[in-house]
Design a protein around this ligand. Structure first.
Ligand code: ADP
Length: 162
């Protein structure tokens, strides 16, 4: 069975992420949405909360599972025979970073192939950071994220303000 891993911070999961995940689910037998702890990012949600949001958002995709990982992607991928990693590529901004990561990962594990899906035009400029910024200043983010994520963001903000 060919497994694809869609790794990311998903802080929070956006419709752009969901678009990449569902397209991967149509191409591979099994897709793992891997919510990773990223040392370079200060997250709004905990790893467990991000995984729960990803689970709810992908509930209708039967061949998608969600897992969490606090380590190197190449180490997680060793549990699969010929793992494929799927990443989304937005406009120009992602290219340099993704290329650098792909080359580094290839040195660490040459068996792990990376596949890039061009972002859907609708979500080309959509990022979790933009969603958080708009949300923080009271803007409506419902067109950028699944309803369950919107609910989780409201709860989180309410918890902070109580
Ligand atoms: P990371 O911290 O690993 O970059 P992100 O959650 O920001 O994690 O993104 C996970 C993956 O989803 C990355 O491959 C990123 O390029 C991709 N991605 C993020 N937003 C979009 C979008 N709007 N359209 C397509 N791909 C996206």
């Amino acid at each position: 069975m060919q497994t694809a891993i869609c790794p990311g911070s998903f802080d929070p999961l956006t419709l752009g992420h969901l678009d990449v995940i569902s397209r991967a689910a149509g191409m591979f037998e099994h897709v793992v949405v891997l919510v990773v702890a990223n040392v370079n990012k200060k997250c709004m949600f905990t790893l467990a909360e991000r995984a729960e949001m990803a689970r709810e958002a992908t509930r209708d995709l039967p061949n998608v599972t969600v897992d969490t990982w606090d380590g190197l992607l190449v180490d997680y991928a060793t549990r699969y025979e010929n793992p494929v990693v799927v990443r989304g590529l937005r406009a120009v901004t992602d290219f340099e970073y993704e290329f650098m990561m792909a080359l580094t990962n290839n040195k660490l594990n040459p068996n792990m192939e990376m596949v890039f899906l061009a972002s859907n035009e609708k979500y080309m400029y959509l990022s979790s950071s933009t969603v958080k910024e708009v949300f923080t200043y009271g803007g409506d983010v419902s067109r950028f994220i699944p309803p369950t994520v919107n609910e989780a963001m409201r709860k989180k903000a309410k918890g902070r303000n109580d």
